[in-house]
Design a protein around this ligand. Structure first.
Ligand code: LLP
Length: 418
């Protein structure tokens, strides 16, 4: 499958040294299975390849906010990119460093700003003039100084799926490039704010380097104009968005990314930050699921599995293609073209379409590259408890999130007294 941490031994798919059927037997399905070695390898690649260009890598918590994963990255010295008070609380609960945390997002509430100011985060990535005013007022009320960076929309095409493209004028994100300079001047005049940086994020699952280069050059142009205005920034945050391989995409090699940064930022003394999510976790996790029923038909053959769009919504939402492997290869079963679908009452509830497999009921399937935006986007639709999450480390298995208990689903609900 994706990396050498997910490999077949004697006809059965393993995660590191653990056979996936053993995990299914012990913890049930559906179950997210992560490889600690894969996570560490992905993180180390960032540290090695970007050591002389990027000063702080802030992992985008939204990709996968499990405490065990955040804690691994925190222990390796990573910072975090958060988009809510909930993510801030997660980072702190996982032992992350607030002083290495940046706060992105178009809709920060006053309560979230207060929590982040109290925690002492590194920087607010501000996305509008109104937000800037609310932040200034909130910081003044608390007697704090908020470090701010404006998220500037560079209006470049990241050439990715429209739902995950963010750097075009028509997207809701960031401050328009042409308005940024005057907003910086306003920010610099507000006593409760300290203008420290500039931020961009042009989209996600990007596989071309040129949009990054184009956007980074625009940022630098703005940095120079601001210097003319007497505003000197300390850091430039180039966002996240680095793509991974799901099918046949060619991800940007980190060496090439680092080289681009060296070229664009040559001779600059600014600290460089970035906010990768997917690239750190996607290929470190699979979703393990069992075939409940086979339903061959005239026009389509359906393999109904126990995982659903509630566990992994990317295929439904983005028509995303995830690799699927049969965990234990079968002899003596005819190959057919199958749609892999879940039990949820929606025609859009599919995990994969038109894949050729030799399948029997009861077989296990591993849906690959599921470490990013899998569990993080899961839901309880159809009163489905969320899957269990386990982390494999060599021959050991740790439960990092127990399977959700059904009663917990309505714990906060109340029946009317009359
Ligand atoms: N920084 C900001 C401000 C972001 O909005 C995002 C992602 C990231 C960093 C991290 O981007 P990454 O390195 O993971 O591409 N649910 C979609 C992806 C949505 C991404 C949203 N923003 C998916 O499953 O493809």
């Amino acid at each position: 499958m994706m990396t050498n941490f997910f490999q077949e031994h004697s006809g059965t798919l393993h995660v590191e040294n653990v056979a996936l059927p053993d995990i299914a037997a012990q913890f049930g399905t559906p179950c997210y299975v992560y490889s600690r070695a894969a996570l560490t390898a992905a993180a180390r690649e960032f540290q090695t390849e970007l050591c002389d260009t990027v000063d702080l890598v802030c992992y985008a918590v939204k990709a996968n906010g499990n405490l065990a994963i955040l804690n691994l990255f925190a222990r390796m010295g990573f910072g975090f990119d958060i988009v809510s008070g909930g993510e801030l609380a997660r980072v702190l609960a996982a032992g992350g460093d607030a002083a290495k945390t940046v706060f992105s997002g178009v809709g920060k509430t006053v309560a979230e700003m207060e929590a982040a100011l109290s925690a002492g985060i590194l920087c607010f990535n501000v996305e509008s003039a109104s937000e800037l005013n609310v932040l200034a007022a909130t910081a003044a009320r608390l007697g704090k100084i908020a470090s701010v960076s404006l998220r500037v929309n560079p209006d470049v095409d990241a050439k990715t799926h429209p739902y995950i493209s963010t750097g075009l004028k028509e997207n809701k994100f960031g401050v328009p490039f042409d308005e940024a300079r005057s907003l910086y001047r306003q920010a610099a005049a507000m006593p409760s704010l300290r203008v420290t940086g500039i931020d961009m994020h042009i989209g996600s699952q990007i596989t071309e380097l040129s949009p990054y280069r184009e956007a980074a050059e625009k940022m630098l142009l703005l940095v120079r104009l601001l210097e003319v205005d007497g505003i000197t920034l300390e850091h430039i945050d180039i966002g996240g968005g680095l793509g991974v391989r799901y099918r046949d995409e060619q991800p940007i090699p980190l060496t090439a990314f680092a080289q681009m940064l060296r070229e664009v930022f040559a001779g600059r003394s600014k600290r460089l930050l970035m906010e990768p999510g997917r690239r750190l976790v996607a290929n470190a996790g699979v979703l393990l699921t069992r075939v409940l029923y086979l339903k061959p038909g005239d026009s389509k053959n359906f393999a109904i599995v126990d995982a659903a769009m509630t566990d992994l919504i990317r295929p439904t939402l983005y028509e995303a293609w995830h690799p699927v492997s049969v965990v234990t290869l079968r002899q003596g079963v005819a190959e057919k073209i199958w749609d892999i679908v879940g039990p949820v009452c929606e025609s859009g509830d599919f995990l994969a379409q038109a894949r050729k497999f030799a399948l029997r009921e009861g077989d296990l399937l591993a849906i690959g590259a599921a470490g990013a935006y899998g569990m993080a986007m899961s839901s309880n639709y159809n009163a489905r408890p969320r899957a269990c999450e386990v982390m494999v480390d060599g021959s050991e298995i740790a439960v990092i999130r127990a399977r959700e208990e059904i009663e917990k689903l309505w714990e906060a609900e109340r029946i009317l007294p009359k």
